[in-house]
Ligand binder design. Structure first.
Ligand code: GAL
Length: 681
């Protein structure tokens, strides 16, 4: 087979199926890597899993080298035995295709499958995700492994779900090799049809970088100065699609062998743009699954977790999602790996569940003693079961079993939508900008934080989501806005929604080209205001608003074009100019926020906007108390998570599923209550 062949184009329509869930009630468990242990430990594992109430484990993620010992030589004996033990123990299996980690023999035989970096250097064996999505050799070996495993285990009674690979793009997002270059060129031909179309989209007249044929196009390999933003963005899109093609190929092989088993892969939806475009991937998984790890350096860890969960839910609002991985305590890949405080494990897991996950799975079951993750926490820590971590794991298992009736329900519909889109984020990251070092989702996180502290639920949505059901739609620094999104926002405002657009939104089109005529180009008509120039502030510099408010980082010289000024700049070069504007649009309105508001100014403005739209917290909450409701056919459950040390009162009536007793109106410091609410009579 040649090193590179045209790979099948990605399916276009949604292909998600409505299949039954892998387990009844909540899924609870984690990645299980028995190949690192001896059989006596497996027996002990199953005993402990039963003790903790584990219902589902993800098996075989990195086991290729332990299964296919040499090219075509398989040893299934150990996996047969592990599956038998798990099945006897009543534990369901999410069986992985092991393609996240090719075996050493494959890298030895075919080093050309390893990704190549921007400088043209090929990586070596020894890491994981050591494969290029455009390599036909890779595809052939991977599919052979998937089919061999699929044929053997598709009908195994313990196997309830397929887990394709692991965190696609987590180590092989971009590959700059010749096979990738060829694959990229065919992707571009499909997108643009003619090379003139590409030249126009990328604006290649700049620096005279005109292409006269697709054959001249290369991936954005290292160059001495900044690359074209259109090329960079398309390479990000292509890379996501190339990985998706591989996912779809593995998925389809499994689907043929087991049409009724759900198939998924684990995303990494966090607080920044993804390594893949989650919006275009989500329709291809039967269950949206996510991995989330709290970040030690983040001053608002609980809110960052909520942002990730609200974003994951936003990828499929019709079904619960699944938290495929998180940690029981410290990880090993941050500069200073922070252990979780007592109670934090349970609070973290249940925050995800409150926000729509139908379970809580961890990386990993038993902490490894060897290998690069030997210092990562597990459900069974190095120190054994007489430990804080194990006791909390068992407590979480108990709570999830006691609240099994909640599984399958959905988070109550949010009235606020907040846009945070991968592709728009990539566009912001691609090339030089008016202000460097400002993370793509900084504004999304800030506006979400303000909502989170106010106890107001929002769905965090990609640019392609339907916006019909929302009273308030926030567009925080969404740099790239396509005409469909602009039309959707306009229609939502006409229908009665309040749309709030901030600086750095709608500045470029789908080709990463500036939209002329004043900023925010794509949304200028909607907001009825246009900025002619940015006035980026220096570090530590701030500016004041009239009648009140402080702004930092970014300000603009704005012209009113139909909107009224609600706040003006006070002092400095923009003294007296409009800063915040509002325009009536049909039955709704559109706001424009031309500056980065500080926390207080943002909270004030959002308070005003929410009050105007009649949006309130679904439950009045005290500071530090997170409250989220899940509902199903007239029933509802209120999750109350107390992140503080002090007891907090909350008004809810019903049975607390955590204690089994009537809820007494108090959530003790650091704990969680799940109240089955009494129907309002
Ligand atoms: C995830 C990955 C796991 C494990 C974990 C450690 O990103 O999927 O395999 O490496 O990180 O935190």
């Amino acid at each position: 087979m040649p090193a590179s062949v045209p790979l099948a184009p990605v399916l276009t329509g949604p292909t998600r199926r409505d299949l039954s869930r892998p387990v009844q009630g909540f899924a609870f468990g984690g990645d299980y890597n028995p190949e690192q242990w001896t059989e006596d430990v497996w027996v002990e594992d199953v005993r402990l899993m039963r003790e903790a109430g584990v219902t589902l484990v993800t098996l075989g993620v990195f086991a290729w080298g332990s299964l296919e010992l040499a090219d075509g030589e398989w040893d299934f004996a150990w996996l047969d035995r592990v599956l038998e033990l798990l099945h006897e123990g009543g534990i369901a299996v999410d069986l992985a295709t092991p393609t996240a980690s090719p075996p050493i023999w494959l890298h030895q035989e075919h080093p050309e499958i390893l990704p190549v970096n921007r400088s043209g250097q090929r990586y070596w064996q020894g890491g994981r995700l050591g494969w290029c999505a455009s390599s036909a050799v890779w595809r052939r070996y991977a599919l052979r492994a998937v089919t061999t495993i699929g044929e053997r285990y598709a009908a195994h009674p313990a196997v309830r779900m397929w887990h394709v690979g692991n965190e696609f793009g987590g180590g092989n997002r971009h590959c700059y090799c010749d096979a990738s270059a060829e694959h990229f060129r065919s992707w571009l031909e499909r997108r643009y049809g003619t090379v003139d179309g590409l030249n126009t989209a990328w604006g290649t007249a700049f620096w005279g970088h005109r292409y006269s044929s697709f054959a001249q196009v290369l991936p954005p390999r290292d160059s001495e100065s900044a690359q074209n933003p259109g090329l960079l963005l398309d390479f990000d899109r292509f890379s996501s699609d190339a990985l998706l093609e591989h996912y779809v190929a593995e998925r389809d092989a499994l689907r043929e062998l087991s049409p009724d088993l759900p198939i998924t892969t684990n995303f990494m939806v966090g607080s920044g743009p993804g390594v893949i475009d989650h919006a275009s991937w989500a329709p291809h998984v039967d269950v949206v699954a996510n991995d989330h790890y709290t970040l030690a350096a983040d001053p608002e860890r609980a809110q960052e977790l909520a942002f990730s969960a609200d974003r994951t839910r936003g990828l499929d609002r019709m079904r619960p999602w699944l938290l495929m991985e998180h940690s029981t305590s410290a990880v090993n890949w941050q500069p200073r790996n922070r252990s979780k405080a007592p109670g934090e494990l349970v609070r973290n897991s249940l925050s995800h569940v409150a926000r729509g996950s139908d379970g809580a799975l961890f990386f990993q079951w038993r902490a490894s003693t060897a290998g690069s993750e030997q210092w990562h926490s597990g459900m069974v820590p190095h120190a054994g079961t007489d430990t804080k971590v194990w006791r909390e794991v068992a407590e979480l298992g108990r709570i999830l079993a006691a609240s099994a009736e909640v599984a399958g329900s959905l988070v109550e519909p949010a009235r606020v939508a907040l846009l945070a889109d991968d592709v728009a984020g990539w566009a912001w990251q691609a090339g030089q900008k008016p202000l460097h070092g400002l993370p793509a989702f900084h504004a999304a996180r800030e506006w979400h934080r303000t909502l989170w502290h106010a106890g107001v639920l929002c769905d965090v949505l990609p640019r392609t989501a339907s916006l019909e059901d929302y009273s308030v739609i926030l567009v925080p620094a969404v740099y790239l806005v396509e005409p469909e999104l602009a039309r959707g926002l306009e229609a939502a405002a006409r229908g009665g929604a309040t749309v709030l657009v901030t600086y750095a939104s709608g500045l470029v089109d789908e080709s990463n080209r500036v939209i002329r005529g004043g900023y925010p180009g794509a949304l200028r008509d909607l907001v009825g205001a246009a900025a002619e120039e940015f006035f980026v502030l220096q570090d530590g510099e701030c500016s004041a608003l009239e009648p009140a408010g402080t702004v930092t980082t970014w300000t603009e010289l704005v012209q009113l074009r139909g909107a009224e000024a609600v706040r003006r700049y006070r002092g400095g070069v923009l003294d007296g100019e409009p800063a915040l504007t509002r325009r009536r649009v049909g039955m709704g309105e559109a706001w424009y926020v031309s500056a980065r508001l500080d926390d207080e100014a943002r909270a004030d403005l959002l308070g005003e906007v929410l009050a105007g739209a009649g949006v309130t917290a679904s439950v009045p909450v005290a500071p530090g108390l997170e409250a989220v409701r899940r509902t199903a056919s007239g029933r509802s459950w209120l999750f109350l998570i107390n992140h503080g040390d002090e007891d907090v009162r909350a008004s809810a009536r019903g049975t607390d599923l955590v204690t089994g007793a009537p809820f007494d109106g108090v959530v003790p410091g650091g704990t969680v209550r799940i109240v089955r609410e009494e129907p309002l009579s």
